[in-house]
Design a protein around this ligand. Structure first.
Ligand code: SF4
Length: 355
């Protein structure tokens, strides 16, 4: 496809704006597909400002795909701690091992090859292909969908199959053939900093003269989403149990649920909020008490509401002591120092472990 077509104004304006206004980020200074891949995965569901320190720490500890492949899953999860969505870290690790074993550490250099890596979707494959190898693939994230739907006045739902196809086609028509990486990063930056969801800065936007939403005062209606994500409530009552020798009890999450492989405390879960009396007379608490000889609740810790993408966790921590514990397979009694080395969900960090 030639660089000039009827929509080339879009990439011309975007690239000129990006050259002056693009954010300076470490993964934009490199062509190393491994580092670009890590940045992509860190930034899924995470804002750049939040993700940057995690990215830096991660690539410092695991500077190459082989270093990542050789690390233990616990260590990878520990370095991911706080970013959430731990399946992303597990997929990264699995893909790194595969690349290390099957491809001598060489990351694929085609869109199709990248797309076949574990955990790599259309967006990530397109962005690595464009940034690392200069291949003309448009990578459209939530920011990109917002800009495109507003500029071109597209009201096809962005989360529908039809919408995804329509936006992918438009992206393929618009993407710069000579600077696809800059095009993708520019689209993301414009959406993140100018064409924001609630308060777009149309007066300082390079696309303002061409923008359908701006001309028809429709930015509030675009983009359109088909499904409203359902959020459901869960109620977690955690028990921070200390044994006479000072060790505390932790459990590793094994079930098919959030935070697989991470450590939290023994708990009771309920589908609705429980009064203290209800909690302490619940079947689950009684079962716990049966395994924890001489269990006494010594105090109530923090209560926090913790938001995940599809779940709201209402959590309370209770401090307890027990004389002796009968442990399940996934439970351990650990020293405080040991506890600090374990990979724990952000929620447990926020609830705190020490009284
Ligand atoms: S003119 Fe306004 S609505 Fe249109 S792309 Fe720019 S910031 Fe978004």
């Amino acid at each position: 496809m030639s660089e000039k077509n009827e929509n080339s104004w879009f990439s011309d304006l975007l690239l000129a704006w990006y050259a002056d206004n693009g954010r300076q980020l470490p993964w934009r200074e490199t062509k190393d597909p491994y580092k670009i891949w890590i940045s992509e995965v860190v930034l899924q569901q995470t804002r750049v400002e939040q993700g940057l320190p995690y990215y830096l720490r991660f690539v410092e500890r695991f500077p190459t795909v082989v270093d990542l492949a050789e690390a233990s899953e616990d260590e990878v999860l520990k370095h991911w701690q706080g970013l959430g969505y731990y399946s992303r870290a597990r997929n990264l690790h699995a893909a790194a091992k595969q690349i290390s074993t099957d491809r001598q550490g060489n990351i694929p250099d085609t869109y199709e090859g990248l797309r076949a890596m574990k955990g790599v979707g259309d967006y990530t494959a397109a962005d690595i292909a464009a940034l690392a190898y200069g291949l003309p693939h448009a990578a459209i994230d939530g920011n990109g969908y917002r800009v495109l739907s507003r500029v071109f006045g597209i009201d096809t739902p962005i989360d529908s199959t039809r919408g995804k196809k329509e936006f992918a086609q438009l992206g393929a028509e618009l993407v710069s053939q000579s600077k696809p990486g800059e095009f993708n990063q520019g689209l993301m930056d414009l959406g993140a900093t100018v064409c924001t969801p609630k308060n777009p800065q149309c007066e300082s936007c390079p696309l303002t003269d061409k923008c359908h939403a701006q001309q028809h005062n429709k930015w509030q209606e675009l983009p359109v989403k088909e499904k409203k994500t359902k959020v459901h409530d869960r109620f977690f009552y955690y028990f921070h149990i200390t044994l006479p020798d000072g060790r505390i009890l932790v459990k590793q999450r094994k079930d098919k649920d959030i935070w697989i492989g991470l450590f939290d405390y023994p708990m009771v879960e309920s589908q609705s909020a429980l009064e203290q009396a209800e909690l302490f007379s619940s079947k689950e608490f009684k079962q716990l008490k049966k395994r924890m000889k001489g269990l006494t609740v010594t105090g109530e810790g923090k209560s926090l509401k913790h938001q995940l993408s599809h779940q709201t966790l209402h959590t309370t921590l209770y401090y307890c002591q027990a004389e002796k514990a009968e442990l399940k397979d996934n439970e351990q009694a650990v020293e405080v120092d040991e506890f600090n080395q374990l990979a724990i969900p952000r929620l447990i960090e926020l609830l705190g472990g020490k009284k």
